[in-house]
Design a protein around this ligand. Structure first.
Ligand SMILES: Nc1nc2c(c(=O)[nH]1)N[C@H]1C(S)=C(S)[C@@H](COP(=O)(O)OP(=O)(O)OC[C@H]3O[C@@H](n4cnc5c(=O)[nH]c(N)nc54)[C@H](O)[C@@H]3O)O[C@H]1N2
Ligand SMILES: Nc1nc2c(c(=O)[nH]1)N[C@H]1C(S)=C(S)[C@@H](COP(=O)(O)OP(=O)(O)OC[C@H]3O[C@@H](n4cnc5c(=O)[nH]c(N)nc54)[C@H](O)[C@@H]3O)O[C@H]1N2
Ligand SMILES: [Mo]
Length: 680
């Protein structure tokens, strides 16, 4: 998009670009409203020890309070007693600086970010199969040319509207769209075939699809032999997934499984995509692996116009997970426990490799340890609102309250900021330069239109100020300030060096090149060499270049329905609200379009429970309850209820969700738990 500023204020205009071709969603057009919003924070806030209220303070007072608090906590409880929580909406430069700040200025191992709640299961599955985690290993426009497109747990008509043009183009060209979702969503309505499984049964569905493909002889044996390892174990494990068994578990009719397998197995160009519906489970990694197995068995990855991909979430969901705000990671998608990676990055940072901490713990584990006997006593939050978005949120809210020091940098007083001891007002998207990396691994520019309002600092400036204040003496403060430049271009130049030689190699990318080429795809190791719009044509990112199958089996959800909690509860999004809603709940047009939380349930279920459309209902799980009006819809399974997670307070869906996590990715089980529903 492009921005224009005139007497009427800032307007957002769509721009012809290869990914969206001039399309923007409502949240995009209205985003400029937040620039001058009356709720905008323009001064730091400090909690008054006497009244307990947040009061305006000077930057000096606020930063001194943070620095002295962090120092005291680290002196008494060790370096790891300070934790950092980042966000996938931060630019690459900020995500990089935040990771460096944690490891170099705080020297804590405890950093993680909200992306753990997002694509982490697909990232882990992609990494173990392909040796590389890039949302799409091919350009988005490939979707428009696919003969068969399978979307598993994705509702892009509401969550990525500009992508819908590719779906439209695909069907116009005679392609088939198949959607797997427990609800008839705006996306499912456009599909040629809609599979409506019980939440949490996607893995069984995938194994049955592969079972059918094997039986019918649609497996690409030559590809399996030449390009992959480990198929035998998968062949054995899917043998037990005859379609009738998957039907019994998922409710998807055998005929639909067969039709899907046929479309995938006999189509020319075939793309399989997963999103949060498949991934946000305590078996999310295995579920994605089951779809990756299917794609590999059919010989799709690396074949032009075909493949497996994961639809990314936040604005910088991809780049945010490449440059070091993940607990186990250093810039360039390097592993923090790899000695060579530590040497390289420590060299760029000008510190001894031994000084770098080791891996920390994933987001939920981190949040759940805050303020406990062995857990961190202080937390710095940049770009997330876990009071609304974390699973089992009431418990996490309690953990945040137990901290000695909570510091939140935000543009608005989010529900998490409202709990903080110190709130630091920060710049937003149109007020600073930087880069973001989209789901295609395409690095893009984000340009500043104007400076932040008076009194507001950028995240980079806040980190630099804090680093200097944390230094023991004046000399060290000068060194520390130089280590944390506030100019994003300088940070990007350093990020390029830090990522050089890593999986996500940005060494050859500079801002001018991004401008000239409508974005640059990583890996791009040299300035005069090519970038990489397509991965896997000849080899995968594994040491031997071959993709790896993983035999995976269905297992039940972490919490199963019972007499007390007889219904399945799942969560997701609506078109007009974004995430925890801090930003979109403040935009009038979006509030009109989606004013409040709701609980979607089937009319038959509602009738059984004596609930009419619009009645207030209570959804109760073992962890808590949600109250919101009922919205009756014949498009949802009668055994499942759905709520969006964008609202705080009584309508908070995450009061109900389960905090079970995937053992590999740490992804929480946002998409299924057991509940009881009654009229409130
Ligand atoms: N309007 C809007 N757009 C957004 C966002 C937003 O908050 N609002 N957030 C952005 C972010 S960060 C993300 S991660 C993406 C998410 O994008 P999506 O993954 O498309 O969004 P969700 O609504 O979380 O989940 C998709 C679908 O999964 C279905 N589902 C639930 N349980 C299951 C299950 O067990 N199996 C299957 N197959 N499906 C299931 C839900 O019914 C839902 O329709 O959206 C991005 N875009
Ligand atoms: N039940 C349920 N829960 C879910 C999900 C689900 O499907 N179901 N989805 C999960 C997913 S996929 C995600 S991604 C998370 C997202 O949930 P959150 O991590 O809470 O994401 P946001 O609501 O986008 O919060 C971003 C915060 O940062 C602020 N902010 C924006 N830009 C900047 C910036 O540049 N700097 C700073 N310092 N702050 C900034 C915003 O004002 C906002 O308060 O929610 C997860 N929670
Ligand atoms: Mo996300």
């Amino acid at each position: 998009m492009t921005l224009r500023e005139d007497d009427a204020g800032v307007s957002v205009l769509p721009r012809q670009f290869p990914t969206n071709r001039g399309g923007l969603c409502q949240k995009g057009w209205t985003s400029a409203e937040l620039l001058d919003h009356p709720d905008r924070l323009t001064t730091p806030l400090l909690r008054d020890p006497v009244t307990g209220e947040l009061r305006p303070a000077t930057w000096d007072a606020a930063l001194d309070r943070v620095a002295s608090g962090l120092r005291a906590i680290q002196d008494s409880s060790g370096r790891d007693a300070v934790a950092v929580f980042g966000g996938g909406g931060l630019t690459n430069e900020k995500a990089y600086a935040l990771g460096k700040f944690a490891r170099v200025a705080l020297r804590t191992r405890n950093i993680d970010y909200n992306g753990r709640f997002c694509m982490s299961s697909a990232a882990a599955a992609g990494l173990r199969a392909f040796g590389v985690d890039r949302g799409l290993p091919f350009p988005l426009s490939d979707l428009g040319r696919a003969d068969t497109l399978l979307l598993v747990g994705a509702n892009p008509a509401e969550t990525m509207p500009p992508l819908v043009r590719w779906l439209t183009e695909q069907r116009r060209g005679g392609g088939q769209l198949i959607v797997v979702d427990p609800r008839v969503t705006a996306t499912a309505r456009q599909a040629d075939l809609h599979l409506q499984p019980l939440p949490g049964t996607d893995l069984a569905v995938a194994n049955a699809l592969l079972h059918i493909a094997l039986t019918e002889g649609w497996v690409d044996q030559a590809y399996v032999a030449e390009r992959t390892n480990g198929f035998d174990a998968v062949r054995r494990s899917v043998a037990a997934w005859w379609p009738a068994r998957a039907e019994q578990l998922s409710g998807v009719p055998v005929a639909d499984l067969e039709a899907t397998a046929r479309a995938l197995g006999t189509g020319g160009r075939v793309i399989i995509l997963t999103a949060r519906g498949a991934e946000q489970h305590a078996k999310g990694v295995d579920t994605v692996s089951a779809y990756v197995n299917l794609a590999l068995a059919l010989g799709l990855p690396g074949r032009e116009g075909s493949g497996y991909g994961c639809l990314t979430g936040q604005g910088n969901g991809q780049g945010g997970r490449e440059h070091g705000q993940k607990a186990d990671q250093l810039p360039g998608y390097r592993k923090i426990d790899d000695p060579a990676a530590r040497e390289h990055v420590a060299g760029v940072w000008g510190v001894p490799a031994d000084d770098l901490p080791g891996p920390g713990v994933p987001a939920y584990q981190l949040l759940d340890s805050l303020g406990t006997a062995d857990g961190p006593r202080a937390l710095l939050v940049f770009g997330s609102n876990p009071v609304v978005s974390a699973p089992r949120a009431a418990r996490i809210e309690g953990r945040l309250r137990d901290l000695d020091l909570l510091v939140v940098a935000d543009l608005l007083l989010s529900e998490t900021a409202a709990l903080a001891d110190v709130v630091l007002p920060t710049a937003q998207w149109a007020e600073e330069d930087g880069t973001m990396t989209n789901l295609e691994g395409r690095v893009l520019r984000r340009r500043a239109l104007r400076p932040p309002p008076p009194g507001v600092r950028t995240d980079l400036a806040i980190l630099a100020d804090l680093a200097a204040r944390l230094a023991p003496d004046q000399e060290a403060a000068t060194v520390a300030a130089a280590r944390f430049p506030v100019d994003p271009a300088t940070v990007f130049a350093e990020l390029r060096r830090a990522s050089a030689g890593g999986v996500a190699d940005y060494a050859g990318i500079d801002w001018a090149r991004i401008d000239d080429a409508d974005g640059v795809f990583w890996p791009c190791p040299s300035e005069d060499g090519p970038d990489t719009p397509r991965l896997f044509a000849d080899r995968f990112g594994t040491p031997d270049g071959r993709a790896r199958f993983h035999a995976v089996d269905h297992r039940p959800a972490a919490e199963e329905v019972c007499a007390t909690y007889p219904l399945h509860f799942t969560t997701g999004r609506v078109l007009a609200q974004y995430q925890s809603g801090t930003q979109t709940r403040r935009v009038a047009a979006l509030r009109r379009a989606a004013p409040e939380a709701f609980v979607e349930l089937h009319p038959d279920l509602a009738a059984r429970l004596g609930i009419d459309d619009g009645d207030p209902v209570r959804v109760t799980s073992r962890r808590g309850e949600l109250r919101a009006p009922a919205r009756l819809s014949a498009g949802i399974r009668p055994d499942t209820v759905f709520a969006p997670f964008h609202w705080p307070g009584a309508g908070r869906a995450n009061s109900v969700t389960n905090d079970a996590v995937d053992p590999i990715s740490g992804m929480p089980e946002f998409k299924i738990c057991a509940v009881r529903v009654e009229k409130a």
